[in-house]
Design a protein around this ligand. Structure first.
Ligand code: ADP
Ligand code: MG
Length: 471
């Protein structure tokens, strides 16, 4: 317990104006994304090492020499300047001859646009039915989201045709006629095997959430199998907020001679997210604490992460019976249901999503201001180890692109307490304690963060992507 205590800010620290931690201002987070105020470790792979200053950074999208149609697409989304990862990665990604890349940057910092712009720059749009770029994602939801971003940024690229290789996303048996394909590895592999997806002209492969894609059982093998079918000299891009050392090894094998943009461990947390924890009296009482939280507060949109589909269903059922309006989304639903559930959440029709790790990664809904870890993420045999990466990705569903948000992790016994403490130590996080015995204070601590978000709304970058979908 002492471990966690050392990571907890003093009980009244949250009453300061900057609830995340007194010494970490959240106000200027947006500009942090734009300015290079923190360091990225850059490792140049292979031939790139001695080329002419591949690191020259740019301060506008125009200066990257992107096609006019792409710049127009970015401007239409109100992307005024590249974020740091975009600024750093794009010159390397667009250089010729193409070089692979392993790129790491915090959640919500615009990794998607970095690889989407690369794909759109490499595709020859006069060949509308020849797949030339392939992006793989670990979930159906993320694949669909990436498809949307490609279509948005590429809205002025005449001839762009995107296909979603997800279950139910394509006509059965027909050849994939598109120049950009985005999908999940299983479906993509099936399409290749059945001869419906011609991979011979692919110039580029992206793995989003690459550490998860390479490490997770099943997914990893599928990715390797897909890779084996592609042209040898293909440009490979691996993107994620996390690359644990263990996975880096596979990543370097999967994308040999890749350039690398990496962050130091302690720079992985997003400053705008105030990370809190709630000391619940017992496992059973976690549910009461949850209801109390929702009874007390009106919070924008929020996501509740639980361990299993069953407990997602169970909490959903109980909360509905208790008069809360919530929805549950997990892998047991069929594709159409999942799409509809997430669409409703995106456009604000539903505000509380109870879900499993299926939604932990990549999902970008800017209105999410609170994430609850109802169960602390665990991994390994019989959930023996805390899953630090999943924690980071889950809480990263809030605090998107410089916005602020709150995460509340529920602990109730020694095991959950130690697990959270280990995660906090791993990333050097200062957690703020909330007490189920003092709801006035709890409400106050949370509201301070959420309010500061409203106060900042004027000068924060607004993502048209979300606004469009919510209309
Ligand atoms: P990541 O993959 O790094 O977690 P995303 O690519 O999902 O982050 O981007 C997070 C949000 O930031 C998205 O809503 C996106 O529209 C927005 N965004 C990305 N790049 C920019 C930019 N240069 N200017 C403004 N908003 C941006
Ligand atoms: Mg992402």
């Amino acid at each position: 317990m002492a471990d966690l205590a050392s990571r907890i800010s003093k009980p009244d620290a949250a009453t300061a104006d900057t609830p995340a931690a007194a010494d970490k201002p959240i106000q200027d987070d947006t500009s942090d994304l734009i300015k290079n105020t923190y360091e990225v470790e850059v490792k140049l792979g292979g031939a790139q090492g001695d080329s002419d200053n591949p690191l020259s950074t740019v301060s506008s999208f125009e200066e990257l020499g992107l096609k006019k149609s792409i710049v127009e697409g970015l401007l239409a989304l109100n992307f005024k300047k590249p974020s740091k990862i975009q600024e750093r990665a794009l010159p390397l990604l667009l250089a010729d001859p193409p070089c692979s890349m392993i790129a790491q940057s915090q959640s919500g910092t615009g990794k998607t646009a970095a690889f989407v712009v690369t794909a759109l720059s490499r595709v020859d749009f006069s060949r509308t039915t020849t797949p030339q770029a392939l992006a793989l994602a670990p979930s159906r939801e993320l694949a669909r989201q990436i498809e949307t971003v490609i279509n948005q940024i590429g809205q002025f690229c005449e001839g762009l045709k995107v296909a979603a290789a997800i279950p139910g996303g394509l006509e059965r048996g027909a050849a994939v006629e598109a120049n950009v394909v985005v999908g999940t590895p299983g479906t993509v592999m099936d399409l290749i095997r059945r001869g419906q997806l011609d991979v011979s002209q692919l110039k580029m492969l992206v793995l989003d959430e690459a550490d998860n894609m390479l490490d997770q059982q099943g997914l990893g093998e599928q990715c390797v199998r897909v890779r084996g079918k592609l042209p040898r000299d293909i440009q490979i891009l691996l993107f994620s907020a996390t690359f644990p050392e263990k996975v880096m090894h596979y990543a370097e094998k999967f994308a040999p001679n890749a350039n690398q943009l990496r962050l130091r461990q302690v720079e992985l947390t997003v400053r705008g997210i105030s990370q809190m924890y709630m000391d619940c009296p017992s496992e059973n009482e976690k549910y009461d604490v949850l209801c109390k939280l929702y009874g007390l507060m009106t919070i924008g949109s929020s996501v509740i992460f639980v361990k299993t589909r069953e407990s997602a269903n169970e909490i959903h059922r109980r909360m509905e019976a208790d008069g809360h309006k919530v929805s549950a989304l997990h892998g047991a639903f069929d594709g159409q249901q999942r799409d509809a559930l997430l669409d409703d959440f995106r456009n604000g029709k539903s505000k509380v999503l109870i879900t499993t790790n299926v939604m932990a990664r990549g999902i970008d809904v800017s209105s999410v201001s609170m994430v609850i870890n109802y169960d602390i993420p665990m991994k390994g045999i019989r959930d023996s180890e805390p899953d630090a990466e999943t924690y980071l990705h889950r809480i990263g569903r809030t605090g998107r692109f410089g916005r602020v948000g709150v995460s509340i992790s529920f602990v109730y016994d020694r095991k959950s307490f130690t697990a959270l403490s280990d995660i906090a130590n791993h990333f050097g996080i200062d957690l703020i304690q909330l007490s189920p015995d003092d709801w006035t204070e709890t409400e106050d601590k949370i509201h301070r963060v959420i309010k500061s978000q409203r106060a900042q709304a004027d000068y924060k970058p607004v993502s048209i992507a979300d606004d469009k979908e919510s209309s």
